[in-house]
Design a protein around this ligand. Structure first.
Ligand code: NAP
Length: 282
């Protein structure tokens, strides 16, 4: 039995136990995957208890992703670049911290037959989710990323951080720019990703329609029973759309692969989840 857990606060809503139980059934592996609710103050101690109880892998969610950087003995480049850990795995007696969120997004976008290589990306938002996916977008060889945020200074800080590692991984032609939501560039985008939490609260972003003129693939990290306000707006402008459930399942699939060595097929898990929870599908 492989002992796994997800740590966060709150954690009751987490779909991770359902997703990993599906993956385990698919792979014919026995896993014990639990939710552990713990505050930031008690995280290190509770994690140590989990390790002494035989835990070999963990997912980390809000608000503990930055703290998990300190719990790990070693970090992957992805975790350092993202500035957050969402997956911990035991490697001999040491704990490796990594971040699979970005790969989850990239594999989900590519599953929708959208090529990121050479894409002109508009990334809306500059919180933890936006920061976490930039390294993977760069690895997927996008041509440009414009980060637009309600608070422009956060977008600027995000690209300044990204530039410190982007220089090493790109040929020099990469364009990384930032600004406010009300000052979007006039250049066309081929992929627009909503990484703000506006959709969680049903709030609209009130963006200019010209950004959808070339019908970019429009992605919202939030998912739900119906398309988010952002996705409905994109649909009205004839854009292909997708919600973030595939990103969630995609990041979980990469964590599962790291822990067990088996890469699960995300499609049956996604279909089962949408069916079970009555979620909308594009
Ligand atoms: P966060 O760190 O709290 O950042 C929130 C971001 O949303 C900030 O950029 C904030 O702008 C912006 N924002 C919030 N309300 C807004 C509004 N009404 N109008 C415009 N901008 C607004 O949150 P996060 O961790 O980055 O998560 C962002 C979203 O992604 C959440 O909804 C989360 O559920 C989702 N997510 C999904 C997955 C997945 O696997 N599908 C993974 C991670 C996150 P300011 O900087 O100006 O405050």
């Amino acid at each position: 039995m492989i002992k796994l857990a997800v740590f966060g606060d709150p954690i009751g809503h987490s779909l991770s136990p359902i997703i990993h139980t599906e993956f385990a059934q698919q792979a014919g592996i026995k896993v014990d995957y639990t939710r552990i609710q713990v505050s930031a103050e008690e995280f290190a101690e509770r994690f140590a208890e989990f390790v002494s109880d035989g835990g070999i892998g963990a997912n980390i969610t809000l608000p503990l992703k930055e703290l998990a950087l300190e719990v790990a003995d070693e970090l992957t480049a992805t975790a350092i670049q993202a500035g957050a850990v969402n997956t911990l795995l035991k490697n001999n007696s040491r704990w490796l911290g990594t971040n699979t969120d970005g790969l989850g997004l990239v594999t989900d976008i590519e599953r929708h037959q959208v090529s990121l290589e050479g894409a002109k990306v508009l990334l809306l938002g500059a919180g933890g989710a936006a920061r976490g996916v930039v390294p993977a977008l760069l690895s997927a060889k996008v041509a440009s990323i414009h980060v637009a945020n309600r608070t422009p200074e956060r977008a600027e800080a995000l690209i300044q951080h990204a530039l410190t590692f982007a220089v090493e991984s790109q040929s020099g032609s990469l364009l990384l720019t930032a600004g406010g939501l009300n000052a979007l560039p006039r250049t066309p985008f081929t992929v627009v990703i909503n990484a703000t939490s506006s959709s969680l609260h049903g709030e609209e972003l009130f963006l200019p329609e010209r950004i959808l003129k070339r019908q970019p693939f429009s992605y919202d990290m939030v998912y739900g029973e119906k398309p988010t306000a952002f996705l409905q707006w994109a649909q009205r402008n004839n854009c292909p759309v997708a919600d973030g459930l595939g990103m969630l399942v995609g990041q979980a699939a990469e964590s599962f692969r790291l822990w067990t060595g088996v890469a699960p097929d995300v499609r049956p898990t996604l279909a089962a989840l949408r069916n079970r929870l009555g979620l909308w599908s594009s």
